[in-house]
Design a protein around this ligand. Structure first.
Ligand SMILES: C=C(O[C@@H]1C=C(C(=O)O)C=C[C@H]1O)C(=O)O
Length: 255
């Protein structure tokens, strides 16, 4: 998002972007679900190659982020690396180089939470048990999921900025008081959250249905990804982490 566009930003336009990211996230989950869990890819102890520490997934994600960083991926507040330490600089400055949000926005990241939830809680629910040896393909698919989920959650920085601009006095008072609960109450819109969760569950049913040429109606209830799991992903993890990003952003807004 270019800085010239920020002033035209509205909550509706940001929400439209988040709706678009729902599709990206759900299709990335469908792609990952094609592989079994392949647990050795996530186990640092399964890696006997001492040339790199950590799991195969950590090794592959670090390498991918290093290349993408040189291409300028991490020049906007919503694009946050999972392994920021030692990332090479961008070799080009894209239009997004311009300062969009206050400098403190760049330091806000909940990627450690996202990684831990995804690897240790969500992935075992998404992928079938088993090991087909396609570790690099499965991890490449994981990275697409993680980056889409992270982008969606860190879009909370823009949401918070628009909300701040909509009620600067009220937010300033809560920020000055470092009142996290007040900020959380002010930024929460339960009606919108409910619509988001219902919509992603329905999208998982539509996008994840098996398409056949059978003349009979396709009323099978087997989906490529469990729609109730997608609902839970948003309910227990994506929405709460988005709001956490909003609160962290607001607490730094007046720095
Ligand atoms: C993102 C927003 O802020 C909060 C988080 C939401 C979400 O993560 O889906 C939805 C509504 C709000 O409670 C918003 O207001 O759109």
């Amino acid at each position: 998002m270019g800085s010239e566009g920020f002033d035209k930003l509205s909550l509706d336009s940001i929400r439209q972007t988040l709706i678009g990211l729902e599709d990206t996230i759900i299709f990335s989950l469908i792609a990952r679900a094609k592989f079994p869990l392949n647990s050795p890819a996530y186990d640092p102890n399964a890696n006997k190659n001492v040339s790199f520490p950590g799991s195969l997934m950590e090794f592959l994600v670090k390498g991918a982020e290093a290349v993408q960083s040189q291409g300028g991926r991490y020049q906007t507040p919503e694009e946050v690396p999972f392994f920021p330490d030692g990332l090479p600089s961008a070799i080009i400055c894209t239009s997004n180089c311009l300062q969009i949000l206050p400098p403190a926005a760049a330091s806000i990241s909940v990627n450690k939470n996202i990684w831990d939830i995804y690897v240790n809680q969500f992935l075992p629910l998404l992928a079938a048990k088993g090991d087909d040896g396609n570790y690099a393909l499965a991890v490449a698919s994981d990275l697409v999921c993680l980056q889409a989920i992270s982008r969606r959650i860190h879009y909370g920085k823009y949401v918070a900025e628009v909300k701040f601009r909509g009620a600067p006095e009220a937010y300033t008072a809560a920020i000055r008081a470092k009142d996290r609960d007040a900020l959380m109450n002010m930024l929460t819109d339960e009606k919108v959250e409910a619509m988001v969760k219902q919509r992603v569950q329905k999208k998982a049913m539509v996008f994840g249905q098996e398409v056949t040429l059978s003349v009979t109606s396709n009323n099978s209830s087997n989906y490529k990804v469990d729609p109730s799991l997608v609902y839970r992903l948003y309910d227990e993890w994506i929405i709460p982490l988005t709001k956490e990003v909003e609160v962290q952003y607001l607490l730094r807004r007046l720095d």
